[in-house]
Ligand binder design. Structure first.
Ligand code: 6PG
Length: 240
């Protein structure tokens, strides 16, 4: 577990872009391709835009990359809430990645169908036999101030779904179905990286990293040996 703190949000995105370039170059050198599951929400948008910028775009062999998502809202690909749409606008539309290497979660389908189709795609790309779990090279994770990550929300039914790769989950507080990778799939990744910014997450980050307060109730606590990339604001309550 490593912890890196950037003085500002902008510098955090540079730190994160450098880390993902290193992840991609190592995976492609060692295994011939890079499989990454992207986080959604608002934080990674600036990172994806940076990766698509002239400063970074040629540092990754996009033709060797496979983009997945850690989770998706159950909405269509053109919906403003779609994680895929955010990523398409910020990154995918600007990089030379084969369309078959972008494994979109079909949020427009019925939740159970979207989940089983996504699981099928993961098994196909990773060449998995029944019962096997994929090992993503990189798992980019966000964090909510309630301790959720991907769409593993506190006290939700998906937390116990250790028998499947992907599951649909009803998020009561958002009144929304989501599709998410399950905890064992996230945990099985070669690299797990929490990317978080802003002081609204400083409290939950302190509890999780310093294993204090309510950390055991946070789904993010299910993810072991993760690295943390934070800006100063998100790290502002760390005591050690
Ligand atoms: C999503 C994400 C979710 C996100 C956190 C943080 O679909 O919303 O995958 O886990 O990473 O909610 O979101 P922000 O980056 O917007 O704070």
């Amino acid at each position: 577990m490593t912890l890196q703190i950037a003085p500002s949000r902008e510098e955090l995105m540079i730190l994160a872009a450098d880390r993902l370039v290193a992840e991609a170059q190592t995976a492609i050198a060692q295994r011939g391709r890079w499989t990454i599951a992207l986080s959604g929400g608002s934080t990674p948008k600036a990172l994806f835009e940076l990766l698509a910028s002239p400063r970074y775009i040629n540092q990754i062999l996009w033709g060797r990359c496979f983009l997945f998502w850690g989770d998706e809202r159950c909405v269509g690909p053109d919906d403003p809430q779609s994680n895929y749409r955010m990523t398409k606008i910020a990154l995918i539309d600007h990089i030379p990645i084969p369309v078959g290497n972008v494994l979109r979660i079909r949020g427009e389908l019925a939740p159970e169908s979207a989940a089983s189709l996504y699981a099928h795609e993961i098994k196909r790309i990773f060449g998995l036999a029944e019962g096997q779990f994929p090992q993503f090279d990189t798992m980019l994770l966000g964090l909510g101030n309630d301790g959720h990550t991907a769409s593993l929300f506190p006290a939700s039914d998906i937390l116990g779904r250790n028998d499947v790769l992907v599951a649909e989950t009803w998020v009561a507080k958002l009144k929304q179905y989501r599709i998410s990778l399950t905890a064992p799939v996230i945990n099985n990744a070669h690299s797990k990286i929490f990317l978080a910014a802003g002081d609204d997450k400083a409290g939950v980050i302190r509890e999780l990293i310093e294993q204090t307060g309510a950390y055991q109730s946070y789904p993010a606590n299910l993810i072991s040996n993760a690295d943390w990339l934070l800006d100063q604001a998100a790290a502002s309550q760390l005591q050690h």
